[in-house]
Design a protein around this ligand. Structure first.
Ligand SMILES: [Zn+2]
Length: 167
């Protein structure tokens, strides 16, 4: 598939933006997890949080797309990134609402909403209702959970495309 689908209901595994949401197979997941660093593993697989103001993508202003570090699904676009002052990359909206899964998180005595990659289920960050216009929400995401693809780079449509692209 190379063009975005105009009919979101054509296949339940294809997002409105045209990406294959079929989760990684066990073998694909082993391949993908094997290339993660310890810090990436801690955040993505164990619901960790990187230290604030340390993430490599915090001040990135290059046009492009922020993809899931584990499976390559596009999660956020550079145009929705803003300086929140929190120390973590912040976005006002997802790339496609079908790509970011929200889950209530009651850990640490707080009621928060966790954001997960909708395809592989890896932890990305949290979403808060205090963002700027136009959405009023703030997606607060760990740099290590994201892989940045500059504008013009080909975005992998499926898990296998992603594995092939990263070698
Ligand atoms: Zn993913």
């Amino acid at each position: 598939m190379t063009t975005p689908s105009e009919t979101p209901h054509a296949s339940p595994q294809t997002s409105p933006a045209g990406f294959d949401l079929t989760p990684p197979t066990a073998e694909q997941r082993r391949t993908l997890e094997a290339r993660l660093s310890g810090e990436e593993r801690r955040v993505l697989l164990s619901h960790g949080t990187e230290a604030p103001h340390c993430g490599t993508l915090l001040h990135n202003k290059t046009p492009g797309t922020y993809c899931c570090q584990l499976c390559g699904l596009p999660l956020f676009q550079a145009g929705t990134k803003f300086e929140s002052g929190t120390g973590w990359p912040s976005f006002t909206a997802p790339f496609d609402t079908a790509h970011v899964k929200l889950l209530q998180d009651n850990s640490y005595g707080m009621v928060r909403v966790e954001t997960l990659c909708a395809r592989c289920g890896s932890h990305q960050g949290h979403v808060f209702p205090d963002g700027p216009p136009p959405t009023g929400v703030r997606f607060c995401i760990n740099s290590v959970a994201l892989r940045f693809e500059p504008e013009g780079a080909a975005l992998a449509r499926s898990v296998q495309d992603y594995i092939d692209s990263i070698g």
